[in-house]
Design a protein around this ligand. Structure first.
Ligand SMILES: NC(=O)c1ccc[n+]([C@@H]2O[C@H](COP(=O)([O-])OP(=O)(O)OC[C@H]3O[C@@H](n4cnc5c(N)ncnc54)[C@H](OP(=O)(O)O)[C@@H]3O)[C@@H](O)[C@H]2O)c1
Length: 294
């Protein structure tokens, strides 16, 4: 349907929270005719000064554009906003950048598609201040033709990566990527607390930590290759050496009077693998204990 669209997209942005304001501001800054709607008044003021049109309801916003971009609290809210606009959705494209779960993405995609609209789900890797900059990227999934049609506009927000036709895929990626991020934060908090027991400030520790973690991140593609091939021979870093290392860290943590809860589950994975006879395998083999198929 929207694959036939040509010319600059007319865009509506539903939700002018921190992210929605940055999205609308970026579209406006690049000359797109942009209509905005937000539940609470006042958040459109700066955008109006940039030339935004303000809709008085989500239905009016939907009616005013080919591309409807949504960024609100959660999927229940997206549904609540689109429901009264259902009659006007046919032939349009909804790009939902709200964070949710794969299940909610699947359900919303089915409903939007039933209304005759195209559905694209997206996961934004930017904070409002970095939307539209070189560091920003967005993962998209769902209706690929609609995504390609609106790609020139969507790419203004950040580098777009289409990850597949199943609408929930961007949410699956997002859940995994953010799991990695929270693991990193867990390590950071543990490191800062431990260093603090000897009077080392977070500011003194962090440059050394960042330097080491940047190198550790570079090891991940190699680990990924080992995991995907199921080949764990290594001359780099064995499970046994990491088991001993992490035991030392947890012992020191305990001796300093700190909890070990954040890292001790990781030692259980290493123990599990070593007990199963994989002491000399690559550290990456720990993932097999999470997958339960060692
Ligand atoms: N901020 C980021 O860096 C970032 C990055 C990636 C993804 N995201 C995702 O983007 C989405 C929005 O995030 P945000 O940072 O913009 O959040 P936010 O600043 O808290 O804004 C939330 C938005 O949702 C609206 N809203 C909440 N409940 C509503 C309801 N019942 N009916 C209508 N509108 C409602 C709010 O309207 P009011 O103004 O009326 O309260 C506001 O526009 C979230 O899913 C978030 O995870 C955010």
């Amino acid at each position: 349907m929207n694959a036939t669209h040509t010319g600059p997209a007319t865009i509506s942005v539903l939700g002018l929270g921190n992210l929605g304001q940055a999205l609308a501001g970026t579209f406006l800054g690049k000359g797109h005719r942009t209509t905005v709607w937000n539940r609470s008044a006042g958040k459109a003021d700066r955008l109006v000064a940039q030339g935004a049109r303000v809709a008085d309801s989500p239905s009016a916003a939907v009616a005013d554009a080919d591309l409807v971009v949504v960024a609100v609290l959660d999927y229940a809210t997206v549904r609540e906003l689109l429901l009264p606009a259902a009659d006007g959705l046919a032939g349009r494209t909804v790009v939902n950048l709200t964070t949710g779960t794969p299940e909610t993405a699947r359900e919303l995609a089915a409903w939007v598609t039933d209304q005759g609209a195209a559905y694209v789900d997206g996961a934004v890797y930017a904070v409002p201040q970095t939307v539209g900059t070189a560091s920003a990227f967005v993962l998209y999934s769902g209706d690929e033709a609609a995504y390609r049609t609106y790609r020139p506009a969507l790419d203004l927000l950040g580098d777009g990566v289409f990850v597949g036709a199943a609408p929930e895929l961007s949410s699956v990626y997002d859940t995994a990527v953010l799991s990695g991020m929270y693991g990193l934060f867990a390590g950071f908090f543990q490191a800062v607390a431990l260093a603090g027991t000897e009077g080392i400030t977070a500011a003194a520790l962090t440059p050394q930590l960042v330097r080491w973690l940047a190198g550790a991140a570079e090891a991940l593609p190699g680990f990924a290759d080992e995991i995907d091939r199921g080949e764990y021979a290594t001359t780099t870093s064995t499970l046994e050496i990491n088991q001993v290392g992490l035991r030392n860290i947890l012992a020191t943590t305990e001796a300093q009077g700190l909890p070990t809860d954040l890292l001790s589950p990781l030692l259980r994975l290493f123990d599990d693998q070593v007990n199963a006879g994989h002491a000399s395998a690559s550290l990456s083999r720990a993932v097999e204990s999470l997958r339960g198929d060692r």
